[in-house]
Structure formats: C-alpha cells, structure tokens
Write a protein that binds this ligand. Structure first.
Ligand code: UD1
Length: 422
C-alpha cells in the first residue's frame, strides 16, 4: 500500500488550481441515469471515487468517455438503455454516494434493487431519510437480505416532504426522483450545499422544473422526460479550504485559482480570526500567513455554516495555535478519528462528547501516522507540513478518493512531499 512522506518546515509559495468538486461530480454523474441522451460534465476531477462511480454506473448500462485535461476534463455519460436496475453490494459498499442511484432508477424504470451501504439494518443505517422520502413519492420499499427493493410501477407522484434534519444525499436523491415524478413536489428543510445547487442547475439544463435552489424550500414540477445537457462542475470548496489551512500550518502564501471565495464564505472569518490574511479577487483567493495563529472556536453545521469536511484540517491548524480552540462536530457522530493520530505528532487534544478542545503547542513533531478517512488523511498532511522532521502517512488510498494530484500540487508550491509506492 502506498504511503506519503512529508518533511515539514517548508513554507508554501505559488499558485494552485482548484479542481472540480468531487461532491458535485458524483451526484451529477448519477443524474445521467435520468435520460437516454448523453450528459457531458466538464471540470470533472481525476479521482478514485469518480472511477468507482463510473464502474457502478456501467453496471446499469451507462457508457463513459473522458476527454481533455484539468479544468477542460470532460466526462460524457450515456444511459441510452438501462440494462440493469440492480446495484450490488460489492460496488455500493465502496462508496456511500452510490446509494443515490435509487432515486433516478426508480423514477426512470419504476424499480430498483440497491444494496444498503455497509449492509447494516435499517433504522440505525443513515439512509432512512432517503427511503422515507421516496415512500412519500409513492414508492413501495422493502428490505431483503441487505438490499432495498423499491418499486413504483405506476410511476412516482409528487408530494410535500419535510426532512427531519438536513441531509445532502437525501435532498439530492429526491431532486432527481421528483424531477420525473407526476405533479408537484415540495422539499422542506432541504440541503443548501453548493454541490446540491449545482446538481439542481444541471437538472434544470436537462429540462427539469425546479425553484428555490439554495434555499431550504425547493419546489419541483415533474416532467415526463429529461434530455442530455452540458454542465460545468463547480470548484471544490473543500480542496480550497484545505489548501488555505495548509498555508496556516506550513506558512507562506498561496494564490488559489479557478475558484470562488463565496464557496467558503463562512470559513474566511474563521481563518482571519486565526491570523491568516485572505484576499479575494474574481475567480481566485490569496491566503497568506503572517506567523503565529490564534485559537478560534468552531462548530460544524450544514451549509452555509462551517463544513464538517474541513473540521479535521482546521484541527490540524489549531494544534499549534496560541491558547485554546473548541471544535464541535454536529454532523457526524464519529468524526474525531484523526485526533489520536494528531496526538502521535504531539498535538494536545481532549474530546468530550461532540467537542474537541485543542490546546496549542509551539510545534508538532513528525511521526508515522495512519489515515482513517478522506478528510482525516488530509489533516495529517496539513499537520505534517508544519511539523519538525518527517511524517509518513499510511493508508493513503483514502486520500486518493478525494484530492486530485495532491503531492504534485503541493510539491510545485515548495512542500517536501513524496509518495512511496508499494
Ligand atoms: C455529503 C458529503 C460528505 C459531507 C456530508 C455533510 C457527498 C458525496 N458527501 O454526505 O462529504 O461530509 O454531505 O456535509 O456529497 N443521515 C441519516 N439518515 C439519512 C441520511 C443521513 O441519519 O437518511 C445522517 C448522516 O449519518 C449524517 C447526517 O445525516 O450524520 C448528514 O448526512 P448527509 O448530509 O446525508 O451526508 P452525505 O450526503 O452522506
């Protein structure tokens, strides 16, 4: 298994082009199931998750072609015929986002058999919001041997749905399903994340009738057919926030290009309170580090709040802050897996329930550490860039799922980072 080795102490200087957002590209790819015409997605990042989802979609009969490089990289998906409405456990278990196929398959074919992600019992499994909402659209849902059997032989019917709490995935599933349902659907307490808005805009380009995107009440009027479209994937706000925080841990100045400061609007004041300087210009953000940073408290929230996907990276930054920082995670129950690993590098972090209290230390020290999930793994790289000595991060396949060419991007701006194969 590959490892990444980082020797800390090199400030970052230069510019980084922000890739297309993984979390937008994945649901957009699934939207290709809704039409028999080609859907061309521009600015699709070159990531393991994108390849896995292409494989999952291929099992339903979707063909995929890739052309172009970087921001012009275009993935054209064509679901002329759905050859199977079954999503097998072997593929779905690799990636939770693949559960999104259930809404479009049901809407287009009237049936779907999709493995529960992880295969656990319903109720404790977090796809209950997806399933309850699809039932409100008239789907019949049964569970059998770890699979969800969904059917709607007469088609889906529009309904009013209030989500009990915000779910990005459930909102996206419902946007796709309700686009092809008969009549009107209202989604209340819908996710407002930019990636969900991006999906909605692509659906509109495909002929869907949707109002209120980006607000918590979204109205859809079903149409009988959707067409192909060409859509550009929005920039990755998590990648942008991560590199901004790396300027904090490593020092220096980075110009982050092909992006939009609005995507990290709630993160910018946190960074400036911590002592970083953030300058905005059209299509780019420049982040500089003047030296020691201060402890700042943050709480993760659904958009437009501070994103859970930046929590681990922010904790790495706070590990060497002046004073203390309280970081509260409200979205996921078990998202402090990076804490013991940061501890191995000398960070002082105490967890009490949903809150981690970080007491800043002057410097972290390089150590062998293990990546436990996607965002945790990148937080270890952020920590290592500012640490004394060498850090080796193992299990980097997590990283490859979501950060495009991270070693290339970082070494071009001065980091000492390399991949050790095998
Ligand atoms: C998406 C993102 C992920 C991000 C998360 C929150 C993608 C591919 N992934 O994940 O990177 O961290 O949003 O911003 O876009 N839940 C239930 N029942 C459900 C659905 C969710 O209990 O039916 C719970 C989840 O366990 C979690 C919370 O709701 O605690 C939020 O999950 P959700 O917003 O659905 O996240 P994802 O769409 O899986």
């Amino acid at each position: 298994m590959d490892r990444i080795e980082i020797t800390g102490g090199m400030p970052l200087q230069g510019e980084i082009t922000i890739s297309g957002a993984k979390n937008a590209a994945l649901p957009l790819m699934v939207a290709s199931l809704l039409t028999d015409e080609p859907l061309a997605l521009v600015n699709v990042p070159d990531l393991a998750d994108i390849r896995t989802l292409s494989e999952i979609l291929a099992a339903h009969g979707v063909t995929a072609e890739i052309a172009g490089e970087t921001t012009a990289r275009t993935l054209t998906l064509s679901a002329r015929q759905i050859t199977s409405t079954v999503a097998h456990y072997d593929l779905v278990r690799k990636m939770r986002a693949s559960f999104l196929v259930i809404g479009p398959l049901l809407a287009r074919c009237g049936e779907a058999k999709v493995s529960l992600p992880g295969g656990c019992a319903i109720g404790t499994r977090p796809v209950d919001l997806h399933l309850n909402a699809l039932e409100r659209l008239g789907a019949q849902i049964e569970l059998e041997d770890g699979y969800v059997l969904a059917s709607a032989p007469q088609g889906l019917k529009g309904a009013e749905i209030e989500f009990p709490f915000v779910s990005v995935g459930a909102t996206q599933n419902l946007l796709m399903a309700a686009s092809l349902a008969k009549g009107d659907t209202i989604l209340r307490n819908a996710a407002r994340e930019p990636e969900t808005v991006d999906l909605g805009q692509c659906l509109i380009a495909m002929g869907a009738k949707i109002e209120g995107l980006g607000t918590s009440t979204v109205k859809l009027t079903g149409v009988s057919r959707l067409t192909g479209a060409r859509h550009t994937v929005l920039p990755d706000r998590i990648e942008m926030g991560t590199y901004a925080m790396m300027v904090g841990t490593a020092g220096g100045q980075l110009r982050l290009r092909q992006t939009d400061a609005d995507l990290i609007r709630s993160v910018i004041p946190v960074l400036t309170h911590a002592g970083l300087t953030v300058k905005e210009a059209p299509g780019e953000v420049t982040v500089s580090n003047g030296g020691q940073h201060l402890g700042v408290d943050v709480t993760t929230e659904p958009y437009p709040g501070f994103p859970t996907d930046l929590q681990a990276q922010f904790m790495a930054l706070m590990s060497t802050c002046q004073g203390k920082s309280h970081i509260t995670e409200t979205i996921f129950e078990n998202r402090f897996m990076h804490v013991p690993e940061l501890g191995r590098m000398g960070a002082r972090i105490a967890i009490d329930g949903q809150t981690a209290t970080v007491t800043g230390v002057p410097k972290l020290k390089g150590a062998p550490v293990m990546a436990t999930d996607l965002r945790a793994s990148v937080s270890l790289i952020a920590a290592a860039l500012g640490a004394e000595g060498t850090t080796t991060v193992s299990r980097v396949y997590h990283l490859d799922r979501g950060f495009e060419k991270i070693e290339d991007k970082l070494s071009k701006v001065g980091a000492q980072i390399r991949r050790i194969r095998g």
